[in-house]
Design a protein around this ligand. Structure first.
Ligand code: FAD
Length: 348
């Protein structure tokens, strides 16, 4: 009989777990609190544009990621040719000096990565289900985990559970869980020690094209309120010809201070910053704006590995960018794969 296994979160790490288990003897259910998959590799569609609101692209550090992307299908897979330049605190723009690697997305947005992985994996995805807590349960010769949603309704019993939300959300689940074991507190402490940077993304659309020689600007000295600015029109399929859509990611300091500023006001402020930075007064007046706040955008360190693996003998695993200490889609994905492979190995 196939064993039921739960993954919490359908971001890159959760999809990595499901992908690794696609041929193993598990009945995999992924619980995802959002209505979509991909987590922080998120795409939105509006007024004929596709735009990546969180991660901008997958920049593989190794051949295996490129091989994987190819195996998932090259139809609609796009590489961003134009370079990334830099700007500093004073707004001085300079040509980037790093050698350009591939920067992959999809014509219909980066969320395709998760969709394609799940298309290969034999997993059931329960969207719109937020897991609030776990309960360690023993029943006759069965021992495992019962999962509860935010209405405290039990959504299933599983021998193996893999938690993949960002560290602060994973720690919240553990805090609320019923598991009388010293490891619960040790895990909460270790996971709470992973700080995250907050980033607010502001999208600015213009009914005209912006002629600059770069795809994006990154703030090298981390002293400018604009941490990152990129042009979605450099991704084939994202923006109709003759239009521009800027993705502006604000610095953690700006983002925290203006996290709750309403969209229109945040858009106006950021458009002013961008008009000055790019020395183009037309940019102060976008025809529409959108925003997305990422309270837990990027982990700054990696969780203590020994502690985070201490409950694996009870069937409790963790995966995600905070487990590897690298806020990258491919890093989270491969961490999910390695956890999935460990689970499968232990099951043999
Ligand atoms: C603004 C920004 C820009 C970035 N730019 C890049 C980039 O260009 N390239 C790059 O490689 N990386 C980039 N990153 C980092 C990258 O997006 C992340 O490192 C990666 O997507 C993390 O994947 P994950 O699966 O670990 O977590 P997530 O993607 O956060 O997935 C966790 C999932 O768990 C779900 N969840 C949370 N709590 C619960 C719950 N209680 N119950 C059920 N589901 C739950 C969430 O909804 C989410 O779908 C960026 C991130 C941000 C925010």
């Amino acid at each position: 009989m196939t064993e039921p296994l739960a993954v919490v979160g359908a971001g890159a790490a959760g999809c990595g777990v499901a992908y690794a288990l696609r041929e193993a003897d598990f009945d995999v259910t992924i619980f995802e609190k959002s209505r979509g998959v991909g987590g922080r590799a998120a795409t939105r569609r509006r007024n004929g544009c596709y735009y990546d609101l969180g991660a901008n692209y997958i920049k593989p550090a190794d051949d295996r990621t490129e091989t994987l992307l190819t195996s998932l299908g090259t139809d609609g897979l796009v590489d961003i040719d134009a370079p990334v330049w830099t700007h500093d605190a004073s707004g001085q723009i300079r040509r980037g000096d790093r050698e350009e690697a591939h920067k992959w997305s999809y014509e219909t947005g980066l969320t395709q990565f998760a969709k394609r992985l799940l298309g290969e994996a034999a997993a059931t995805v329960e969207k719109g289900v937020e897991i609030a807590r776990l309960e360690r349960t023993a029943d006759g010769d069965w021992a495992g985990w019962q999962l509860f949603d935010t209405t405290d309704t039990a959504v299933g019993r599983f021998e193996t559970v893999i938690l993949t939300p960002p560290a602060p959300q994973t720690s919240g689940i553990l805090r609320r869980s019923q598991w009388i074991d010293a490891r619960r507190r040790q895990l909460v402490e270790a996971i709470d020690a992973v700080p995250y940077r907050t980033i607010r993304s502001v999208l600015l659309h213009y009914p005209f094209s912006i002629e600059v020689p770069y795809y994006a600007l990154v703030n090298g000295d981390r002293e400018h309120p604009v941490g990152w600015l990129s042009r979605e029109e450099c991704k084939p399929g994202h923006v109709p010809d003759g239009e521009s859509l800027l993705v502006v990611q604000l610095s953690p300091a700006w983002s925290e201070e203006h996290y709750d500023l309403p969209t229109e006001r945040a858009g106006r402020r950021v458009a002013q910053l961008v008009a000055v930075l790019l020395d183009d007064s037309r940019l102060a007046d976008p025809d529409w704006v959108d925003t997305q706040g990422w309270r837990y955008a990027l982990p700054d360190v990696r969780v203590d590995e020994e502690t985070v693996r201490s409950a694996e003998d009870e069937g409790l695993f963790f995966a995600g960018d905070w487990v590897v200490g690298e806020g990258r889609v491919h890093a989270a994905f491969w961490n999910g794969v390695s956890v999935g492979e460990r689970v499968a190995e232990g099951h043999k």
